[in-house]
Design a protein around this ligand. Sequence first.
Ligand SMILES: Nc1ncnc2c1ncn2[C@@H]1O[C@H](COP(=O)(O)OP(=O)(O)OP(=O)(O)O)[C@@H](O)[C@H]1O
Length: 445
Amino acid sequence: MTNDTWARVMGALKEVLGANSFSNWIEPLEFGGLAGGVATLNAPTTFIGNYVKQNFSDLIIHKLREADQNVDRLSFAVSGERRAATKDVQTPATAPRSDTSQAGLDKRFTFETFVVGKPNELAHAAARRVAEGGPVSFNPLFLYGGVGLGKTHLMHAIAHELRNQSPHMNVLYLSAEQFMYRFITALRDRKMMDFKDLFRSVDILMVDDVQFLAGKDSTQEEFFHTFNALVDAGKQIIISADRAPGEIKDLEERIKSRLQCGLVVDLHPTDYELRLGVLQAKAEAYAPMYPGIQMADGVLEFLAHRISTNVRVLEGALTRLFAFASLVGREINLELTQDCLADVLKASDRKVTVEEIQRKVSEHYNIRLSDMIGPKRVRTLARPRQIAMYLAKNMTSRSLPEIGRRFGGRDHTTVMHGVKKIEELKAIDSQMADDVELLRRALSE
Ligand SMILES: Nc1ncnc2c1ncn2[C@@H]1O[C@H](COP(=O)(O)OP(=O)(O)OP(=O)(O)O)[C@@H](O)[C@H]1O
């Protein structure tokens, strides 16, 4: 196997694992040779070798096979040489302070490129406030939310902003996984003092995906000490996770309560308007890269309606659309969109039934299913019923009379009235909008 092939396999691994994991675990590996179906990989340390073996062996074998290599298993050797594994780590005491602030930051993730809507306005405002610098008002800022909703984007935006204002400010951004990696490396190399010095010398510490620390007891312990030292010194800490601090299992209580001390804000699932806003912004950004590619009216609205998972999926869909359109030299219209994104659209197809909707909504509002379809008209039953009708109208292909029949034989005008009522309420009552969106999301999963 040539070095070129290995480089291609590395590229494919980077795509799957993302830049952070890739630079921690895969980049330090050297390809040692392939014989008798066994591929040898040289790792700089036993720790890296073992970690890769346990976590990424199947993936590496798969990618090697995709590159037409006849591989049955991997063998790891320790080369003893320490390389790029800590590429974005500031070498304690020697590296210039500003190095850390550049580390691992995506240039595209700025406040300018972040689209603000109802679901993320509070998180955005809090991030802006922290990015102004000045006295620390809430510590930590804890951002949480589902996959691909902009947590990392906001953290990087804060770091960029602070760096622009004060180039000498020592901003350290890293994932919780990298924190653990550095901690373990420091332990192994007996460099805990350097580790402590590094983390205690930052002005702003940002740790992404902190749920990763769940169940990693010693790393949690060290994180707790780092956290306390920085808070005591009046330094700002920003944390992100996929759920609220209290909901992270296998995280020590004292850490949970520490994480809750500052401001905890969540990024809600996207709504239609935010999705459309993101699509418009991204389409505008793509336009200069694809001169001559026209987009027909209604395409972005169609996508915002049909793809309701997260912003990352939306972005991916748009990238594919532009690439495809430029390849075939056609305008992006609804037909091309449906052709090109058939799989994405199918994945987010709503196959939910009216009965499932009724059950879910009943559970959510704690009412009996029989009351949902029964005749009683008290508000506590009528409102959930109307929400269920609204969801049935929007998430299934049933007609109004069919929906009416499934709600105890009600008339289609009753369904129409219910749907309209919820549309109106959603516009003026954010709690209602959130409830409906959460239910819709739960039903799409
Ligand atoms: N409001 C937004 N405006 C513009 N782009 C956004 C917005 N929200 C998310 N994105 C984009 O969506 C992609 C995913 O966002 P990001 O990586 O910040 O998600 P995340 O919440 O950290 O998810 P994960 O937990 O999976 O890491 C990024 O390319 C980001 O720029």
